[in-house]
Design a protein around this ligand. Structure first.
Ligand SMILES: Nc1nc2c(c(=O)[nH]1)N[C@H]1C(S)=C(S)[C@@H](COP(=O)(O)O)O[C@H]1N2
Ligand SMILES: [Mo]
Length: 216
C-alpha cells in the first residue's frame, strides 16, 4: 500500500491544517462545505459497533477488534462475517472502468473486484418478506479508513434494481491493494469520488423503519 499509504499520510497533514482554518463551518449542503475535501483523517480502522459477539465480555472485546485489512459485514443480517482481500480474490471478479471528480482533479481508473451485492447476500440480510418490496427499506453503511463513511440504499446495489454494479475492488489499474489496506468501494454510477470508500473495514446492513413525528 505504498502509494495509498503516502496519499493517506499527505491527507492527514491537510486535514490538520483544514481543521484550524475552517473551525467554524457552516451547515451541510452548501457548495462551500467541507464535503469535497480529499482530506483523509487517519487510516486506523475503527471498532465496529454492531459486531455480533459470542457471550462473555472478553469474547466481545476481541470480536470488536479488526485486524488491518479485515472487513466486518454485519448489522441486520443472519450471518455476520469477516472477509479479507484474499477472500475477495477467490470470488468471481468483474472489472469497471470509471471516471470521477475529486479535489485532486478528474480521475479515470479501471478497478477489478467482487460485486458488493454478492458479499452482502452471503451475510443473509433480514428483510421483511411480508412487506411489499421489503428490501427497498434496506440501507448499507460502508466505513473506511479514518472512520470515513458513506451510505447506500439497497436498491443501488441490487442487480434487480440497479443498472450498474458497485464493487469491492481488489485492484486499481491492475495494481493490487495492499492486504493491510483492504478493498475499495467502487461506485460506477457516481460522478464524484466521495463514495469510493478506501480502506474499507465495515459494511453495515440496516432496515429503515421510520415513524415521522409519531404518526402511524
Ligand atoms: N477512507 C476514505 N475513503 C475516501 C475518502 C476518505 O477521506 N477516506 N475520500 C473520498 C473522496 S471525497 C474522494 S474524491 C476519493 C478520492 O480518491 P483518491 O483518494 O484515490 O484520490 O476518495 C474517497 N474515499
Ligand atoms: Mo472528494
Amino acid at each position: 500500500m505504498e502509494r495509498h499509504g503516502n496519499l493517506r499520510r499527505a491527507g492527514l497533514a491537510l486535514a490538520a491544517g483544514a481543521l484550524v482554518l475552517t473551525g467554524c463551518g457552516t451547515s451541510a449542503g452548501g457548495k462551500d462545505d467541507k464535503d469535497d475535501k480529499d482530506a483523509k483523517t487517519g487510516a486506523a480502522p475503527s471498532a465496529p459497533t454492531s459486531a455480533t459477539a459470542p457471550a462473555g465480555a472478553s469474547a466481545q472485546a476481541s470480536a470488536a477488534r479488526l485486524k488491518p485489512g479485515e472487513v466486518r459485514v454485519g448489522g441486520e443480517v443472519g450471518k455476520p462475517y469477516t472477509l479479507t482481500l484474499a477472500d475477495l480474490r477467490k470470488l468471481p471478479q468483474s472489472s469497471a472502468p470509471v471516471k470521477f471528480t475529486s479535489a485532486k482533479g478528474d480521475q479515470e481508473h479501471t478497478y477489478a473486484g467482487v460485486a458488493l451485492y454478492e458479499v452482502l447476500k452471503t451475510a443473509e440480510p433480514r428483510f421483511d418478506r411480508s412487506k411489499k418490496n421489503g428490501r427497498l427499506r434496506g440501507v448499507v453503511a460502508a466505513t473506511g479508513g479514518g472512520d470515513y463513511r458513506a451510505v447506500f440504499a439497497w436498491a443501488e446495489l441490487d442487480p434487480e434494481f440497479a443498472k450498474s454494479r458497485i464493487l469491492l475492488a481488489v485492484s486499481e489499474d491492475g495494481v493490487p491493494f495492499d492486504d493491510a489496506a483492504g478493498p475499495r468501494l467502487v461506485v460506477p454510477q457516481d460522478t464524484k469520488g466521495g463514495r469510493y470508500v478506501s480502506e474499507l473495514n465495515q459494511l453495515w446492513v440496516g432496515v429503515v423503519d421510520p415513524v415521522v413525528d409519531g404518526a402511524k
